[in-house]
Design a protein around this ligand. Structure first.
Ligand code: PEP
Ligand code: MN
Length: 345
C-alpha cells in the first residue's frame, strides 16, 4: 500500500509509480478515501526492488507491506483511518447507524412504503431499506419489480434519507448505480459471489454508493467474510460495511443462528464498520429488540432492521419479522443509551 505525501498523486507521479510496478509485473490501484487517495499494489507485492524504488520517490510518504489475506481491509492497512459515510452521516461515529424499512416493497401498494418511510424518519432511522429485487428461496414467490425502485427513490426525495437496496446481478447493479442508490446491499446468498463482488467494487468505485455486505449464511468464518469485502475494496470502493445476519442451521425457535457475537472479532481485524441485521438473524419481530441491543453491546456500529407500518399487510418477511415504527423508535432510543454506556475496548 502506497501512501503519498499529499492527498493525491498527480497524473505524472502516478505514471512513475505505475512504471516501476509494471517492471515487477504488478499494477497500481488508486483508492479514493474520504480525505486522500492511497494506492494498492496488485500482484506480488513482496518484490524488494520494486518496494525500495517506490519508497524512494520524493513524493511518497511510505510504502506499507502487511502480511494479511486482506491487506486493504486489515486494521493495520493504510485505510485504517478510513471512515464510511452514507449520505451525510459517518457510520458509527456518534450513535448507532440504523437502517430501517420493509423486507420487500409492494409495488401494488406504494403508499404503504411511503408512509412507512415517513414514520421511520420520525422514529430516527439514518437510512431507509426496501427490497426492490428479492432473492427468494421459492422460485414461485414474488421476485420483486423494477417499479419498486421508483417508489424507494420517491421516499428518498420526500424524506431526505439515504436508501439501501439489494442487488443480485449486473443489470440490477447498473440500474442502482444510475439511480445513485446510497447503499448497495449484497445478500447472504451472494455473499461469496466473487464475480459480483468485483463488479460492484469496480462500478461503484469513485461514486458515493457504499456497500452493505451480508455474511454468508453457511457460517462464513470472520476471515472469509472480511476477504469477501476485500474483493470490493480491491476494485476501488473502500466504503464497505460488514453485516452479520445469522447463519444456518438456525437455533431452534430462531430463523438462523444469531451471530452478533462476532462483532468484536470483526472490529479487531478490520477497520470496516459492522452493521448487524437482527431481523434475519432471529426472524421474529418479538426478538428483534433483544438481538439489536445485544449487537450494540457487542460493539456493532449499526443495525439494519426490517420495519413496516403495518407488518400484517407486508409481503416477503414482513408479516413475521418486521417491527412497527413505534417499536423501532424504542429500539433506537435504547440502543443509543447503551451505546453511550458501553465498554470501549
Ligand atoms: C433482506 O435483507 O431482505 C435479505 C434477503 O437479506 P439476507 O440476504 O440476509 O437474507
Ligand atoms: Mn427480508
Amino acid at each position: 500500500m502506497i501512501i503519498p505525501k499529499k492527498e493525491k498523486l498527480s497524473a505524472e507521479e502516478l505514471k512513475q509509480v505505475e512504471k516501476i510496478a509494471e517492471d515487477s509485473e504488478c499494477t497500481i490501484l488508486e483508492i479514493q478515501g474520504r480525505n486522500r487517495c492511497v494506492y494498492a499494489i496488485l500482484g506480488d507485492e513482496s518484490k524488494e526492488v520494486m518496494f525500495k524504488r517506490i519508497a524512494g520517490l520524493p513524493f511518497i510518504r511510505k510504502v506499507d507491506r502487511i502480511e494479511s489475506p486482506y491487506k486493504l481491509m486489515d486494521r493495520r492497512s493504510a485505510l485504517a483511518d478510513h471512515r464510511v459515510k452514507v449520505g451525510a452521516t459517518e457510520v458509527g461515529k456518534d450513535a448507532p447507524f440504523v437502517i430501517g424499512g420493509p423486507c420487500t416493497i409492494d409495488p401494488a401498494n406504494p403508499n404503504l412504503f411511503i408512509e412507512t418511510a415517513h414514520a421511520l424518519k420520525e422514529a430516527g432511522v439514518n437510512a431507509l431499506r426496501g427490497g426492490v429485487w428479492k432473492p427468494r428461496t421459492n422460485p414461485y414467490s414474488f421476485q420483486g419489480d423494477n417499479h419498486s425502485l421508483d417508489i424507494i427513490l420517491q421516499a428518498k426525495q420526500e424524506t431526505g434519507l439515504p436508501i439501501d437496496i439489494e442487488v443480485m446481478d449486473s443489470e440490477q447493479l447498473k440500474l442502482a448505480i444510475e439511480a445513485k442508490v446510497d447503499v448497495l446491499q449484497v445478500g447472504t446468498r451472494n455473499a461469496l459471489n466473487y464475480s459480483l463482488l468485483k463488479e460492484i467494487g469496480r462500478l461503484s468505485a469513485g461514486t458515493d454508493s457504499a456497500v452493505l455486505l451480508k455474511r454468508g449464511r453457511h457460517v462464513a468464518s470472520p476471515n472469509e467474510f472480511i476477504a469477501a469485502a476485500e474483493y470490493i475494496v480491491a476494485e476501488g470502493n473502500p466504503n464497505v460495511m460488514l453485516c452479520p445476519r445469522g447463519t444456518t442451521p438456525g437455533l431452534e425457535g430462531y430463523r438462523n443462528h444469531p451471530d452478533e457475537a462476532i462483532s468484536p472479532l470483526l472490529r479487531g481485524k478490520t477497520w470496516a464498520p459492522v452493521v448487524v441485521d437482527p431481523s434475519h438473524s432471529v426472524g421474529h419481530a418479538e426478538y428483534v429488540k433483544a438481538c439489536s441491543l445485544a449487537s450494540i453491546a457487542y460493539g456493532a456500529d449499526g443495525l439494519c432492521i426490517e420495519s413496516h407500518i403495518d407488518p400484517a399487510k407486508g409481503i416477503g418477511d414482513d408479516p413475521k419479522q418486521a417491527v412497527t415504527p413505534e417499536k423501532m423508535k424504542e429500539i433506537i432510543t435504547s440502543s443509543r443509551l447503551l451505546w453511550e454506556q458501553r465498554y470501549q475496548p
